[in-house]
Design a protein. Sequence first.
Length: 149
Amino acid sequence: MKRRSFLFYSAALGLTRPVFAGTTPAMQVFKTPTCGCCTAWVEHIRQAGFSVDAQDVDQDALYAFNDRLQIAPELVGCHTAVIGDYFIEGHVPASDIVRLLAERPVARGLTVPGMPMSSPGMGGPGAGDAFETLLVGPDGSTSVFASHS
């Protein structure tokens, strides 16, 4: 990864941790430019009322960003977002993000590992198997945050 890209993404992480003032903070999404399911997920998030700044990056930059956030390889999806103090990895439903921001658990973020066919951006409900949204704790451990069928 180029030094300039690393510095940009490192700085972006710090800039996306606003103090809550009664409004939902903007979400910053990093995705590859050719991924249609990532674009569909961003649209799902926007339709849910979130303000989104989506940035196209190359795959190496996305991997480096995941490393910076210390997202374990087995928890990775195909795009990464940051909102408030949390990361959102993969095709997490907007309703889970709303709940996360309302409950404010002590955690690093949410993930939907892989690309489940029934998740937002991948076809939606009924398009595939059930999936789970996982809450990633401060130590990297996971627990089921929500189950989707």
